[in-house]
Write a protein that binds this ligand. Sequence first.
Ligand code: PAF
Length: 330
Amino acid sequence: MKSLFACAAAAGVFVSALWATAAAADPVEVKIAYALARDSHYGAAAEGWEKAVTEASGGRYKFTHFPSSAQGGEREVLEGLQLGTGVQAAVVSSGTLSNFVPEAGVTDIPFLFRDLAHGRAVLDGPVGQSIIEKFPDADLIALAWGEQGFRHITNNRKPIEKPEDLAGLKIRTMENPTHIDAFKAAGAAPTPMSWPEVIPALEQGAIDAQENPLSVIVSAKLWEVQKYLTLSGHVYSTAMLVVAPDFWNGLSEEDQKIFLDGAKQGQAAMRAFVDNAEKSGAETAKAAGIQINELSAEQKAAFQTSMKDAYDGYYKTYGKDLIDEIIAVE
Ligand code: PAF
């Protein structure tokens, strides 16, 4: 009888060991959404993040990618994160974020950042950290800043060499008041629109122009729908690696650290991709047939002056002290 009990106990131990193995082999799915293709800077961020989390967790998490706006525009993705009804993670542009966390919009001010190094120093410093800390108030968890590079104007009308060439130009902007105000001040006719609508609108001629960094211009092959590219570099375009609060709050402290550290690896991968796109993107676009015009320092200064009127509003919205603090960062 005793040996019968011993056998049953041993079988029980064996079965629970099997269950444990099965459970360990069954990773938790993390759905991640972003607006561009997998082989873009957004995909690089998501893959860098995934690789780091997979390694550090010993494969306890598995990322499923939803690239190319497969889960809708960034606004819908962010709303899904807030409510816990969509994906668990996303890489989104600052353009949409400022509708959720208004303070994030300060990075969208035109001609605020001198170069990539300046932008990164601001995001990695106290200003960037203080904006990240505002996200929980908007029911979102921001883990690391991403970036896209400097935004440039593409259009189908004519080469844009001076601010007057923007007069009445129907240019798609992100759904972001800071961008809309800048283009209004410069005399254009800004048309805010979510990214998934942009290529069809350009194809149908509903808009003449759009503006995005080389990373996006190349990844979305914008030369298929645009004739001219002006290297205006008017805005340093930021992004964010975010997760849903209900997902985040369900993680152990150890796993929260794994996701946070992993997001920093995603940020590094995104920056490396952008470095490369900023160096080679114009050549790629030119070889694909887009007509490029570079701007001299004087021409660029004229665009900066044309957007100056919008600064009164920026000072009101973000505070002159914060804007001056950003400019002063070395
Ligand atoms: O223009 C936009 O909406 C954004 O830059 C991008 C990357 C295309 C979507 O996030």
